[in-house]
Design a protein around this ligand. Structure first.
Ligand SMILES: [Cu+2]
Length: 161
């Protein structure tokens, strides 16, 4: 005879979801990609930024060479930095190199994926698809959930999940 109380606990464990961080992690060989996100844009916006965390668990450097997406005319890898007191963005033409053992966070105010000439505004709750080209490693498709307009981090904004 099955003990119903025990069966109930077993079922609850079986149904408990993976943590979201784990569910969103993407493995590309020794490289893992996590916490990919973007944020909503004003209706007439021409551009949007994409963010993610890249961890290189391997023994050689990997380079995020480029990015591509159907949502924009051009998709570039950018750096945002203060030069002579002015916040400026520039394209990282050679890509972003991630040393062995290094974790690099692309985030507002720093490195980011730049969607230029977006065809439609990004709407909170939707998802933006982007293909990232790593060397070595090749292309990997990443889904970026669209968070609230103006948020600085995806971490404080998990209520919609
Ligand atoms: Cu930019």
């Amino acid at each position: 005879m099955l003990n119903l109380k025990t069966a109930g606990i077993a079922l609850a464990l079986a149904l408990s979801p993976l943590s979201f961080a784990q569910a969103h992690d993407i493995k590309l060989g020794e490289v893992s990609i996590s916490n990919a996100w973007t944020r909503a844009t004003p209706p007439k916006a021409k551009a949007g930024g994409g963010f993610l965390t890249i961890t290189n668990g391997g023994s050689q450097a990997v380079v995020l060479k480029s990015a591509a997406s159907d949502v924009a005319k051009r998709t570039e890898i950018h750096e945002m930095a203060v030069t002579d007191g002015i916040m400026k963005m520039r394209e990282m033409k050679d890509g972003l190199s991630i040393a062995p053992g290094e974790t690099l966070e692309l985030k507002p105010g720093g490195y980011h994926v730049m969607f230029m000439g977006i065809h439609e505004a990004f709407t909170e709750g939707e998802t933006v698809s982007v293909t990232l080209m790593f060397e070595p490693g090749g292309p990997v498709d990443v889904q970026m959930p669209v968070h609230k307009m103006g948020v600085k981090s995806a971490m404080k904004h998990h209520s919609t999940h």
